[in-house]
Design a protein around this ligand. Structure first.
Ligand SMILES: Nc1ncnc2c1ncn2[C@@H]1O[C@H](COP(=O)(O)OP(=O)(O)O)[C@@H](O)[C@H]1O
Ligand SMILES: [Mg+2]
Length: 260
């Protein structure tokens, strides 16, 4: 089976500093893949490379068996790859539905958008439904809670009808019930799409992750299910430092990661 997306020996060099050093992993269709690793591991840079924002200095990205490297950011969106940023990019003065509509039009192109601009389009309505914000459609985005803004960003992405969603720390700063809701949302989304989530939170991982890819210093350290990854001595070493034993509570791994 051809992977949906493959990173093949991707390297990124920022003026002599190697943020990615031969990053290699593959994601299959329909997965909710978690990408974790200490601060500075290169997770966001990996997302930037996939979306064409950052050009790799070596290696390549392969999308459905075809080389993606060198494709423009806009064409990558059109191919069906969308991302959210660590800080939501919603427009506060626009309503929820206007934000989603605007995002939908980005992929559709302005001309088609102007022709279709009568009422709420089906993709916009579906996106609102999926993020559970249909009843909030007319609210100004500026009034939303932090969690709702994150969901709105996911909704804006869905309106672009992506095959692959790249979510950079979507549950950061969310309350426990909001995290729960987001985890369920991601699995619902993965019934028809594929999701790559950058996330630290171990509790969230244990609940919602199947395959986890752990990055460290620009490459993959280990990959497997949550239990395998947590039990891996190299992962423990990266998060906790050499010679120290693993904590009883995996949540402490997260605390240790944040100290790094
Ligand atoms: N534009 C840039 N210029 C120079 N260094 C960068 C740039 N972007 C990221 N880095 C560095 O690359 C490393 C990886 O960063 P990043 O991908 O943001 O890590 P993560 O998302 O895993 O925390 C960090 O050391 C960071 O400081
Ligand atoms: Mg990051």
């Amino acid at each position: 089976m051809t992977a949906l997306l493959e990173m093949q020996g991707v390297e990124v060099d920022f003026d002599g500093f190697k943020a990615l050093k031969g990053l290699t992993f593959a994601i299959n269709q329909g997965e909710v893949r978690f990408l974790i690793g200490p601060n500075g591991a290169g997770k966001t840079t990996a997302v930037d490379v996939i979306t064409g924002l950052t050009k790799p200095t070596a290696g390549q990205v392969v999308w459905q068996g075809e080389k993606l490297t060198g494709t423009s950011e806009f064409d990558i969106v059109k191919l069906g790859i969308g991302r959210t940023f660590q800080n939501p990019t919603v427009f506060d003065d626009l309503s929820v539905v206007e934000n989603v509509d605007l995002a939908a039009s980005y992929r559709m192109g302005l001309f088609k958008m102007l022709r279709q601009r009568k009422g709420i389009s089906a993709p916009v309505a579906e996106a609102l439904e999926m993020i559970g914000m249909t009843d909030q459609a007319e609210r100004p985005a500026g009034e939303l809670s932090h969690g709702q803004r994150q969901w709105l960003e996911i909704g804006m992405l869905l309106a672009q009808d992506p095959k692959l969603l790249l979510l950079d720390e979507p549950v950061a700063g969310m309350s426990k019930p909001e995290r729960q809701r987001t985890g369920e949302m991601l699995h619902e989304i993965a019934k028809t799409r594929t999701v790559l989530v950058v996330e630290h939170d171990m509790e969230f991982l244990r609940q919602f992750a199947s395959v986890v890819t752990v990055m460290h210093e620009g490459a993959v350290l280990c990959e497997g299910d949550v239990a395998t990854v947590q039990a891996d001595p190299t992962v423990q070493e990266v998060y906790l430092g050499r010679g120290r034993t693993a904590p009883e509570d995996p949540a402490d791994l997260v605390a240790a990661a944040k100290e790094n």
